[in-house]
Design a protein around this ligand. Structure first.
Ligand code: NAP
Length: 246
């Protein structure tokens, strides 16, 4: 029987290409997302029995329903890629609207937590026990960009979840790791193509990378036996301003 992978936010961007790449590597992929037409199209393109299931990760009931459907259809889950995420336009910290702050927290932190919680419950009780969870962090989980308080705080929280889940999962053969991306060419990276604000106040167009590079790294992490884990990996544009304080 095929191994079961669930990818959140699978309708476009990094989630879409990772879902297709995992399917090419032999996984049966559950493409989870809010847009039914988009996730069904991804599942069809992925093939190999992959399916689309509607899920809004910021809604705990929707996440419960996703994992209930996975359990009843497949009996288990072997890989969760916590990919769904949102960013808000950069504004000075004091001008961040409460509803924008809340949206980022709901998707980027609570969404990862709800999915991890449900995956833990299933992975602990299934036979054979265990599985792998890969969280999509960001280089903003390491270093902030200017005017990115909500996004940066949320991605630092993802690092906290990765660390605590990798500890709590250890006794149950649940391996937890995180990929921190820098400038993958998706809708989210639009600002890099038009010009992103730098720490010195200037604006620069930044190099981007093919999201396939990210998908390949996730597929590598997922290919390891559960006795082996990649706790953190960074995949970024080589020449983007990050190292060396710029
Ligand atoms: P993207 O193209 O904007 O895609 C974001 C995905 O998340 C979409 O599929 C979106 O679905 C989904 N999503 C948003 N809110 C959701 C919710 N409440 N429930 C379920 N799905 C939801 O961005 P991306 O570049 O692929 O980003 C994917 C992940 O990589 C994010 O966690 C992001 O923070 C991280 N990341 C990306 C970069 C980069 O350079 N691209 C860098 C660092 C980190 P809808 O179509 O329904 O909106």
């Amino acid at each position: 029987m095929k191994q079961i992978a669930v990818v959140t936010g699978a309708g476009r961007g990094v989630g879409r290409i990772t879902a297709i790449t995992l399917a090419q590597k032999g996984w049966l992929v559950v493409a989870a997302g809010r847009d039914k037409v988009a996730i069904d199209a991804v599942a069809k393109e992925a093939g190999g029995g992959s399916v689309g299931i509607v899920c809004d990760v910021s809604d705990p009931e929707s996440v419960k329903s996703l994992f209930a459907q996975i359990k009843s259809s497949f009996g288990r889950v072997d890989l969760l890629f916590n990919n769904a995420g949102v960013v808000i336009p950069g504004v000075p910290l004091e001008d961040v609207k409460v509803e924008d702050w809340q949206k980022v927290v709901d998707v980027n932190i609570s969404g990862v937590f709800y999915c991890t919680q449900q995956a833990f419950a299933l992975m602990k009780t299934q036979s054979p026990m265990g599985g792998r969870i890969i969280n999509n962090g960001s280089i903003s989980a390491q270093i902030p960009r200017p005017n990115s308080s909500a996004y940066t705080a949320s991605k630092h929280a993802v690092t906290g979840l990765t660390k605590t889940a990798s500890l709590d999962g250890r006794a149950f053969d649940i391996a937890v790791g995180q990929i921190d991306i820098g400038n993958a060419n998706t809708d989210m990276a639009e600002v890099m193509r038009v010009g992103a604000t730098q720490a010195d106040g200037s604006t620069k167009i930044e190099p981007t990378i093919d999201p396939q590079n990210v998908a390949d790294a996730v597929a590598f992490m997922a290919s390891l036996p559960l006795t082996s884990n990649v706790p953190f990996i960074t995949v970024m544009a080589t020449k983007m301003p990050f190292s060396g304080r710029g």
